[in-house]
Design a binder for this molecule. Structure first.
Ligand SMILES: Cc1cc2nc3c(=O)[nH]c(=O)nc-3n(C[C@H](O)[C@H](O)[C@H](O)COP(=O)(O)OP(=O)(O)OC[C@H]3O[C@@H](n4cnc5c(N)ncnc54)[C@H](O)[C@@H]3O)c2cc1C
Length: 404
């Protein structure tokens, strides 16, 4: 027997984007269903969970959900640098705890959360606009009718693919990671490891979680490299390359694997009765492929815009457009600038990486954070491109600004 439900808004995907959209929409008084295909929210972790203290404060994420990071160390085949900060500006999230907190905020605001619901199709009206989704639940076929659908299904972009609006991402990052217990670790310092032996088009990392726990991972850009990140991760851990050696005995606890889009902001994200948010919209900072804070921020914007539209009785593309206008204004130019740095980084040889670290070393901790976050405010960039005492840093920021 087929189950049927009716909602104002159906959100497909219980990741950070989906939970955040469900939260603001429910808070604004409309009837919301949040659908997740796994047995529970964040059952599978597919991310390293690095984000920024400023974003954590903005979102109100509780203090027991993250480990603060003060210092940023890099190593290349023949160089090693460390940028030390006075106070923590970054953090490594307890991903499960954070994502479950986000979902719980949505539930407390009034959203209904359904797990074990694998959405695989869309329902359309006579005009070919989406008016719901269907899939398989614990009792067989299940259908959700709704005025608006938010596709927050992440990389797979299930809903917009079923609508025929998009195809598979062409450029993306593939990452493999072990959450591990280690003998020795400085819990306030992260490591990024660059060069061919770590990743031919990407980087490797050590992100401390506190309590002698860490995430060690490898990310590889596709289609630039055909290296398998899982295989490469095993190799660098077996060889105890670079800073991995300093960790002493390593005991793997859990394996994580995931894919993240890297096609820039190439997708249209608003259609009649439909919004794309988070990874399904390609909203990630290309420099380190981090998307959690954008998923939460623009998830919240999407939920608010949809609930206002539902209340006004008009949910077509133009009514939902304020969402796209919002994220474009906030991040479009920053992501374009970051893409230029990413293009430079992807083509660096080992020797060039050794030199690049000498440039990065010249940045203060504040400049570094703005840089790696792709938080290139125009005035910041002009200041750094024109006035930084080191020529190489001026050149790097001229590149970001668009000058050769
Ligand atoms: C290896 C790796 C490391 C990363 N490290 C970082 C990092 O350190 N910091 C950072 O900010 N970002 C990082 N990212 C990116 C970050 O994980 C994403 O940008 C973020 O998770 C996007 O959130 P989302 O809610 O859009 O998608 P997701 O987190 O992917 O959530 C999508 C949800 O939808 C569910 N779903 C999918 N299909 C269906 C369906 N058909 N029916 C029902 N439910 C469905 C999934 O089970 C999932 O729960 C990393 C990504 C990878 C791959």
């Amino acid at each position: 027997m087929s189950e049927e439900y009716h909602y104002d808004l159906v959100v497909v995907g219980g990741g950070p984007a989906g939970s955040s959209a469900a939260f603001t929409a429910a808070k604004n008084g409309i009837k919301v269903a949040l659908l997740e295909k796994e047995n529970s929210i964040a059952e599978t972790v597919r991310t390293s969970g690095v984000t920024w203290i400023q974003s954590i404060k903005e979102f109100g994420i509780p203090v027991d959900c993250f480990n603060p990071i003060k210092n940023f160390s890099f190593c290349s085949p023949n160089n090693e640098i460390s940028i030390k900060g006075a106070i923590p500006k970054a953090a490594v999230l307890d991903v499960r705890k954070t994502y479950r907190w986000l979902a719980n905020e949505a539930k407390k605001a009034g959203a209904d959360i359904f797990v074990k619901i694998n959405i695989n199709d869309v329902i359309k009206n006579d005009e070919d606009d989406i008016v719901g989704v269907s899939g398989v639940g614990p009792n067989g076929k299940i259908t959700f009718h709704s005025k608006v659908v938010i596709d927050a299904s992440g990389f797979s972009s299930t809903v917009c693919k079923a609508m025929g609006f998009v195809t598979q991402w062409e450029r993306f990052g593939a990452g493999a990671e072990y959450e591990v217990k280690v003998e020795n670790i400085d819990s306030e310092t992260w490591w990024l490891m660059v060069g061919q032996q770590y990743s031919p088009a990407g980087y490797a990392w050590i992100f401390p979680l506190g309590n002698n726990m860490a995430r060690i991972g490898v990310g590889v850009g596709k289609p630039e490299s055909n290296v398998d990140p899982t295989q490469r991760l095993k190799e660098i851990m077996d060889a105890k390359l670079g800073p991995i050696k300093k960790l002493g005995k390593i005991t793997p606890i859990e394996f994580h694997y995931g894919l993240i889009p890297n096609d820039g902001l190439s997708r249209k994200t608003v259609f009649n009765n439909l919004i794309l948010v988070g990874d399904s919209a390609g909203q990630a900072n290309p420099l380190v492929l981090e998307g959690i804070r954008y998923a939460i921020r623009f998830g919240r914007v999407a939920g608010k815009v949809v609930s206002d539209a539902v209340k006004s009785g008009k949910t077509d593309e133009s009514a939902l457009y304020p969402y796209e206008a919002n994220w474009k204004k906030e991040i479009e130019s920053k992501i374009k600038s970051a893409g230029k740095v990413q293009d430079r980084w992807i083509s660096l040889s080992d020797e060039e990486w050794d030199k690049e670290l000498d440039i990065i070393k010249e940045l203060t901790s504040e400049e570094f954070i703005d840089f790696i976050k792709a938080d290139f405010g125009l005035s910041n960039m002009i200041k750094l491109a024109a006035h930084h005492p080191k020529l190489a840093v001026r050149q790097l920021f001229n590149l970001v600004k668009g000058k050769k």
